[in-house]
Design a protein around this ligand. Sequence first.
Ligand code: NAI
Length: 289
Amino acid sequence: QNLPGKTAFITGGASGIGLGIAKALLGAGMNVVIADIRDDHLAAAEAELAGGDRVLPLKLDVTDRAAFAAAADAAEARFGKLHILCNNAGVAVVGPTELATFADWDWVMGVNVGGTINGIVTVLPRILAHGEGGHIVNTASMSALVPVGGTTIYSCGKAAVTSMMECMRPELEARGVICSAFCPGAVQSNIAEAGKTRPADLAETGYAEADKRRASGGNFMHLYQTKEEVGERVLQGILNDELYILTHSEFLDGVRERGEATSAAVQTHLPENPDYKQTFAMLFRNPAI
Ligand code: NAI
């Protein structure tokens, strides 16, 4: 990737991880569009980035498809072409699975998975159309790879956006678009405030009590990585064309255990059918299909 002068569109780009990514990409000479649902975050981020004409703050709810297309139009009107898409906007609920309401599921999946789908459908054709190549980074989480109790809704959404990058990577690589799944551990951010942007029609939650208990359980923010650290990690992952952009070594055992457990579960006692293997490879590894 030759980044200077090119343009990145970062959802949830006005706070936490998205802002860290914006800082790193701006530092690498890119124009950055920070698209975010919160006006206060947009104003503070614009001041913090201090990037002048190379920063375009845009108000956007990623679940609104028409607004997403309008935001992409506005970004192209300002910078010409979009090259990097960071589907990063995200929200979370945490607690026992049986307490989740439909609204808890719909809100988190709507933003974290639906918003990412909207980003792909809106921006990928624009990147392919200009033919200069590009990169898509979905912000997932270590919790997509390492099971964490009480995070069912959040983690299965993160697994979905990880899988999205794994599937799209071989399909798009040859056409110059690289796909990466960014899976960080805990990062200093404002995600604990996510409820402030929860829509009224999805307000009914089963986690009010669990949230209160967690809020009184202590603040561990000082143990987390900073937005600058993870922003630089994403930049490095983009420059190196990494499929998995991972952080925190504390999760290495968990990542390894999952790989070992899934490998061990394959039915290796059954004979392998070479025809099936070849056909499968032909059908699903061929990007033209
Ligand atoms: P954050 O709350 O600081 O930043 C997220 C930004 O997204 C906020 O500015 C928020 O206003 C915006 N946003 C929320 N809903 C939106 C919507 N519907 N449309 C547009 N913008 C919206 O939180 P953080 O932690 O930086 O989160 C960024 C991403 O990183 C999320 O996808 C989160 O799930 C993921 N993540 C966070 C981790 C952490 O420890 N903070 C760890 C692993 C992943």
